[in-house]
Design a protein around this ligand. Structure first.
Ligand SMILES: [Zn+2]
Length: 68
């Protein structure tokens, strides 16, 4: 199962959603996205910990993802 991260769940005002095959993949993409879009966000261990908490399993929403 893939992993998803909604940028706004990390506390930034951004609708970007990252999808990856695993947590490491999501973290890598999040770092790239932050570099492009969130110049004030540094990938510190603190921020990475926040991201790990915000990462969810893909399809873990109300209906298993079939209605979205
Ligand atoms: Zn963002």
């Amino acid at each position: 199962m893939g992993k998803v991260l909604a940028c706004k769940d990390v506390g930034v005002d951004c609708d970007f959603v990252i999808k990856g095959k695993d947590e490491a993949d999501v973290l890598r993409q999040a770092a790239e996205h932050a570099k492009d879009c969130h110049h004030n966000v540094q990938m510190t261990p603190d921020v990475q910990a926040k991201i790990r908490v915000a990462i969810k399993d893909e399809g873990s929403s109300c209906c298993g993802g079939s209605c979205h």
